[in-house]
Write a protein that binds this ligand. Sequence first.
Ligand code: UD1
Length: 454
Amino acid sequence: MVCGRNNKSYLKSQNLKIIGQNTLRGKVKISGAKNSALVLLAASLLTKEKIILDNVPLLTDIEKMGNILKNLGVKLQKKDHQVIIDSKNLSIQELPFELVNGLRASFFCIGALLARFGEASIPLPGGCNIGERPINEHINGLRALGAEIIIEREVVKATLVEKKSKLFGANIRLNCPSVGATETLIMAASLAEGRTVIENAAREPEIQDLCQMLNKMGAKIYDAGKEKIIIDGVQNLHGCSHKVIPDRIEAGTFLIAAAATSSSITISPVIPIHLEAVLKKLEESGSKVFIKGNSISINGKSINAVKIKTAPFPGFPTDLQAPFMALMTIAKGRSMISEKIFENRMNHVALLNKMGASIVVNNNIAHINGVKKLKGTDLIGTDLRSSAALVIAALVSENVSNVYGLEHLDRGYEEFEYKLSKLGVNIKREFKNGLFNNKKDSLENELEVNIEAA
Ligand code: UD1
């Protein structure tokens, strides 16, 4: 998912070479959740004391967020998976577009900056390869909390309403349970004067993680993980140590990869309840799943077609829609996958069809006719989770696949090929020189296939 303006070229210098028809065996260590770590980094701006974050995944998205914080004057100390954030000496300035480009979560800083300093200036995160991704819920909510917001030359400028020195609590009802907007508003409300109630709030585990850390910092947030969240604003927040929760999307991706290759693997650490909807669909499609403490084992057997509709948590996550579709390409029977969260999250369909899958998309619903086998080929991932789907498809394919566009995978999967190779997959990262250009490259042209007709 490359958010931002017309980001149309793809790294050709690296690709994953995958020799297909793999069986996976062994254990995988699941990294810290990217989406949690991103918002926790933004939340660290709320205090001038030190925040110690553990289990931070080593990913390019996290690096980008780190660079944004550094640009604001934050001191970051990194050692392995620990990051110490010192936001004592911040200078509020407009973030350069180059820094926020491609990182939707950069916008989540707006709530924290506004709450602590009474002003913030952040370029619009822009559209994205998976959809428009508006920010109206963030803006409307911040306005309800007493922010004055103007958008000038694609920069969102927020200040406090006249004569106010703080944001003030409000009752906010989101039109859609946006994860990012819920997070922005929780951060802003935690230092506001009085009580804020957010209704129709998102319930994703990453929001619960954010609230846990904020409460450790002295915030008063009640009912995180429910549709109605209550936040009593406090004067100040202080430092704390916090461990990022395990990445449920990375975990789900490995489980789906095991199901697709009829393999047996164990993943840990995970919080199994975060994966309930995914485990249910894996079992329904024929896999055996065993939960023991913070680990999940899967025994991939037959693959039967199932119906899936993506939904906000605790529903089936949109971030695993593409990987699950790769599994359904070789299922027995016809499956149906409806994408309900993003309007353009079917970039993988044309590529899976190129590998021999039989998928037709109509009104954001993929109708998948299971085939016996896929064939390996050269592919360019165009967003993070589509790229993961291509890797899964490559694992089950005959012959060799080369997956390009690794800048997407590297955003969200820590040491993906290393973890897969430890499970016995024949996978290697190759390094070359050059860039694909959208307009000229023939592989890229294939991505421009009209997916409605694919
Ligand atoms: C987060 C996750 C992303 C995940 C998504 C949905 C991060 C960094 N990213 O993205 O991986 O796929 O949740 O689970 O945490 N919407 C509006 N107005 C808004 C905001 C959102 O209409 O102001 C719509 C979006 O267009 C989309 C839906 O709400 O259709 C969900 O978006 P949202 O939950 O906000 O996703 P993100 O927070 O951007």
